[in-house]
Design a protein around this ligand. Sequence first.
Ligand code: ADP
Length: 525
Amino acid sequence: MLLGLAVVYFLAGKLGLSLAFVNRSVTSVWPPSGISLAAILLLGYRVWPGIFLGAFAVNITTAGSVATCLGIATGNTLEAVLGAWLVSRFASGLDAFRKPRDIFKFAALAGGLSTAVCAAIGVISLAATGYADWTAFGQTWLTWWLGDGIGIILVAPALILWASDRRVQWKPPKAVEGVLLLSLLLLVSSVVFGRWSQGRNYPLEFLCTPVLLWAAFRFGPRDTALMILILSGVAIRGTLAGLGPFVRSSPNTSLLLLQLYTGTVALVALSVAAIVAERRRAELHLRETERRLSRYNADLEHFAYAASHDLQEPLRNITLFTQLMVEQHGKQLGREADTFMNHIVGGVERMNAIIEGLLRYTRLSGSDVTCFEPVSMNDVLSRAQKNLGAAIADSKAQVFYDGLPIVTGDREQLVRLLQNLIGNAIKYRSQAAPLISVAARRNDQDWIFSVSDNGIGIDPKYGERVFGLFERLHGSHTSGVGIGLAISKQIVELHRGRIWVESQPGIGSTFKFTIPAGTEQSFVV
Ligand code: ADP
């Protein structure tokens, strides 16, 4: 493996050095830096000898003494090791191309920092052994640094992303799209950097951006990285042949300008690809969570329904047999038996109320009410009052109301809603006879209904809690199981509204809920 890496490094290095202009050992196109960084990230730090060997071989067969080449090879190896360490430590390692933030960190740390160190060691090695001029240090270092840095930005992502996922499982339409994309890239890159541009050299490089963005949006980071490599290959070839927008009088300047261009476009395209891929992953995750949640919900509803249903039967038996026992054996059991039986029957009745409430609650949460109809809230209020007839009469409650509107909703549920709220206003009354007023006003999108009472009120800090299942604030002296407001909340939410309470203890409470004002004739009757 080490030898294989050394050979690949050597060949890529020879290719890069064939484009060396400022010094035989210094080039602005240096793919080995990307290869060596990817090798360490993918295979581990132990492959450094392969890099060292490859770097030494490529230089000793080009120019320089053994000492020069040992110096350069040390710099190249250090670049890969330092780059890999920085990327692993600060830019999520092999996952660096999943988030734009990590991509930029990768470019700055591996492409900018570790290469600066390597370029310095390399140029010092050359100059110290007489193979470069100290006076040209700046320009040589810059060419080396940019060549290595852009080599990393262009080559490493493609290698890492393809090594991490080699599957190509495209359905036919996707494959056709892939072929189209590749053809367009080749066409555009040859228009910009090919023979067509001869003598014109128009600044048409921007034409490449939409093609890379197509890859980023539709194919993801891995394929985008490959497209960038292909574009870079075509562009370097053209620029060297004196074609395209980056051609200047010196080939080194032309190549440097081109490399800067491809490096920048690569960063943008890879970042877009990462954002799109991240969004796609998030969408998938959301869909999966949604599916799991609705399955759990359905299971839970089924469970609650079945359990509540099955509990009713034993409860009926308890009542029945307790009554039978008192009837048939009351005398032997003594006087206390009656009291005990009353406790048992009372408990069973309460249990029944809870179960019925639960059944209603689960039935509601399972329902997806789609057949809403225009409902007159005046009628709804009349029916709720009728259902509460006995409680209203016993408590001498008075219910006032303004003309209420017509809304779109489920009539039965809306009756239950008002019945719950008015029923509570009566149940939680103060010493005075209940005065209850029901009103509605409209804002831009909603009808806001209010049911106010002059009852005992609710401490504002419990304003949210009372809508929870089995939550009771004033339990001991009043009947009830703490389900009414939970059901009311469910009904309002099924109508895409919200419910809340405004209250002052000792003064009274106002329960408010909204119902979207639709296109129904929302006149006040
Ligand atoms: P229940 O009436 O069966 O206890 P609800 O869910 O209808 O259950 O109400 C929950 C709790 O909210 C009640 O126990 C009571 O403490 C409080 N509550 C509800 N309505 C009013 C009201 N109009 N005035 C004062 N307290 C109220």
